[in-house]
Each structure stands twice: as structure tokens, then as C-alpha cells.
Design a protein around this ligand. Structure first.
Ligand code: NDP
Length: 324
């Protein structure tokens, strides 16, 4: 097989992603070689590629993939050759036909979950599990605002919250995307300009605002986010799709009503293998209970640059998967 990876030798736009031939080496102690069948594309991949999140160059890209273990290094006990596995918090380098990776980063895949679904679901779904669970600890009957609600994380998070009994107000960039968020379980779905959003949220909540805002859009939505939250509510800013939120004055949080602000990363909530297993287990349980993983678009691995273009141009819905 012609083994290759999609890498970046410099930071910049999608054009810096290049196909590079690779040679596979035997796994070292504690590592396995995984043959990738499907690879998840995430907005964080664009942050590493653009340089927003600095990383040494040249760099591999991608943190998430699903496949089969094809070789096992010394001292590996938890997985064996032939196991179906996936990972979501791997070191960069998932955009490749195969790679070596620490065995303890792998999660065994239930037979009922295909490789494409796993690659579409793991990072985004574990993020939804983290956001709704240990991060915001949402409760039945609360109101939540979800930005980019028809995106990869968005469509999973809307379903997740609705299944927990949370009233979800979804916002998306177009009417068609808002309709998808509504179909996923949002009580209210909006596609108004962001400067009209807070007023619409107040309308929908009897002027109170929402208990929690989940904001992966960042700079462009920050003002709407702050103006939409109820007194003593929580702002969960978990991404920068439109750029990072500028520095925040703590007094702005007081004026908005004694607000809690957190900027979580899945990589902290899933740093320990027990936590990774818990979040992945919660995701598999939700999928088993009917949560849908929407694969909006697939691209061949060699077309990773095009996948980035579409994602950053807001031309995707649900999850994006690279196939081999
Ligand atoms: P999405 O599929 O949600 O794509 C991003 C969406 O953001 C777009 O579709 C678009 O939706 C919206 N958006 C609004 N403004 C812009 C803009 N200027 N440029 C691009 N997109 C914009 O991506 P993911 O599901 O991969 O990730 C969603 C967010 O979650 C990202 O910010 C990501 O970094 C974050 N994330 C954070 C994690 C963490 O641990 N903190 C883990 C995983 C993801 P629309 O057109 O509807 O506005």
C-alpha cells in the first residue's frame, strides 16, 4: 500500500496541507499501529494549520480516527491485533493511512458503531458529553443557547441536551441549518443576525435569558452570548470558529448578572484514561439510545485541504469525515 499523510510544513490557509509519503515503523513499547479506516475533521485541525494554536513544524494534522490495530509493540496488554478502535485526543497525525499511537489513547469500538460514525462522533460527541456533564452540569428544565447548532458538535450537543430535558434555543447561520437543529430537538431554532439574537432569546425565555450558553463561534458571537444569559448563569466558550474572544473584563460578568465564564478543553477533561473511557462510554450509550450522528460530508484523505476550505467557509453541516 502507498502509505501517506496530509501534513503542513508551514502555517497558513488550507493550501499548506500537502500529501507526504510516509514509512511505517514497528510500534515502540506501549504503542500500537492503527490502520485508519475513517478520520474525523474538526475545527481544531484548522487552528493548528493556521497557527492559532502553535505547534512545531512540519506537523501532522488531525486528532481523531477509527480503524483496526495491525501491530502491537512490547508491553501492550489492553488491545490486540485485529481490534476495532478509535481515538479522539491523539497527538496530531490522524490525517494518515496508518500511524503508531499510545495504546492507552484507544477506545474499543462497539460492533454496532461503524468506522465512519466513530470518526464523525468521537471528538465531537465526547465534547458534548463533557460540556453537558462535568463542565456545565446541566439540569432538566434549564434553558440553553447553542451557537453553530447545525455544526459537528452542535448537532450532537442539541440532541444531547434535549435528551437530558433541557430546553434548547439553537442558533445557526442559515434558515436551512436552523431547521436541522430544530429537527435534532431544539425547542426554538433561530437564524437571525447575531446582533438580534439576544433579544430573540429574551423573547423566548420571558425576558429571563438562558441558564447556560454553549459558544463555539467565539469572537463574532461573544456580545450575543453575554447578552443572552440569565442572572447567575454560565457562559461556556469552547471554541474560536470566528476567531478568539477578546480579553474579558470581570466587571462585564458582574454587570451581566454575576455570570460564570469557563473556557473548557476536552483535552483537559479527557486527560486521564478513566475520564476518556467515561466520556466515550456516555457517548456510546447516547448513540445506543438513538442519538444520531450526522455525517454531512465526506472527502478522500488526499482532499483534506478541500475539507478545511468547506468547514471554514461555513459550508458544512454535521460532521466531516476523511475516507481512505
Ligand atoms: P462546526 O461544524 O461547528 O463548524 C463551525 C461552525 O461555526 C460553522 O459551520 C458555522 O456555523 C459557525 N461559524 C460562525 N461564524 C463562523 C466563522 N466566521 N467562520 C467559520 N465558522 C463560523 O465545527 P466543529 O463541530 O468541528 O467545532 C465547533 C466548535 O467547537 C469549534 O469552535 C471548535 O473549535 C470547538 N470545539 C472545542 C472543543 C473543546 O474541547 N473546547 C472540542 C471540539 C470542538 P453557522 O454557519 O451555522 O454559523
Amino acid at each position: 500500500m502507498n502509505e501517506f499523510a496530509m501534513k503542513a510544513a508551514r502555517t497558513g490557509g488550507p493550501e499548506v496541507i500537502e500529501r507526504v509519503s510516509i514509512e511505517l515503523t514497528p510500534p515502540r513499547p506501549g504503542e500500537v499501529r492503527i490502520r485508519h479506516h475513517a478520520i474525523g475533521v474538526n475545527f481544531i485541525d484548522a487552528y493548528f494549520r493556521s497557527g492559532l494554536y502553535p505547534t512545531p513544524l512540519p506537523t501532522g494534522l488531525g486528532s481523531e480516527a477509527a480503524g483496526v490495530v495491525e501491530a502491537v509493540g512490547p508491553d501492550v496488554v489492553l488491545v490486540a491485533v485485529g481490534d476495532r478502535v478509535a481515538y479522539a485526543t491523539g497527538p496530531l497525525g490522524a490525517y494518515s493511512t496508518a500511524r503508531n499511537i499510545a495504546a492507552d489513547l484507544l477506545v474499543p469500538l462497539p460492533d454496532s458503531i461503524g468506522f465512519d460514525t466513530a470518526a464523525a462522533a468521537m471528538l465531537k460527541g465526547m465534547t458534548a458529553a463533557m460540556l453537558a456533564g462535568p463542565c456545565a452540569r446541566v439540569e432538566r428544565g434549564q434553558h440553553a443557547l447553542v451557537h453553530a447548532a447545525a455544526g459537528g458538535v452542535g448537532l450532537i450537543l442539541v440532541q444531547w441536551l434535549a435528551r437530558l430535558g433541557v430546553e434548547v434555543i439553537a442558533h445557526a447561520g442559515t434558515e436551512a441549518k436552523a431547521a436541522q437543529a430544530k429537527a435534532a430537538g431544539a425547542s426554538t431554532a433561530l437564524s437571525c443576525p447575531l446582533d438580534e439574537l439576544a433579544a430573540a432569546v429574551r423573547d423566548a425565555t420571558g425576558a429571563r435569558g438562558v441558564d447556560v450558553v454553549f459558544d463555539g463561534v467565539g469572537a463574532a458571537s461573544w456580545a450575543a452570548t453575554l447578552a443572552s444569559v440569565a442572572k447567575r448563569g454560565m457562559l461556556v466558550v469552547f471554541g474560536n470558529a470566528s476567531g478568539p474572544v477578546p480579553p474579558v473584563d470581570p466587571l462585564a460578568l458582574m454587570r451581566a448578572g454575576s455570570i460564570f465564564l469557563t473556557r473548557p478543553s476536552l483535552f483537559d477533561y479527557a486527560a486521564a484514561s478513566a475520564d476518556r473511557a467515561k466520556l466515550a462510554g456516555a457517548l456510546f450509550d447516547m448513540i445506543g439510545a438513538g442519538l444520531k450522528i450526522e455525517i454531512g460530508q465526506c472527502f478522500p484523505l488526499a482532499d483534506a485541504a478541500e475539507a478545511h476550505r468547506r468547514l471554514e467557509a461555513r459550508q458544512t453541516v454535521g460532521s466531516t469525515v476523511l475516507t481512505i
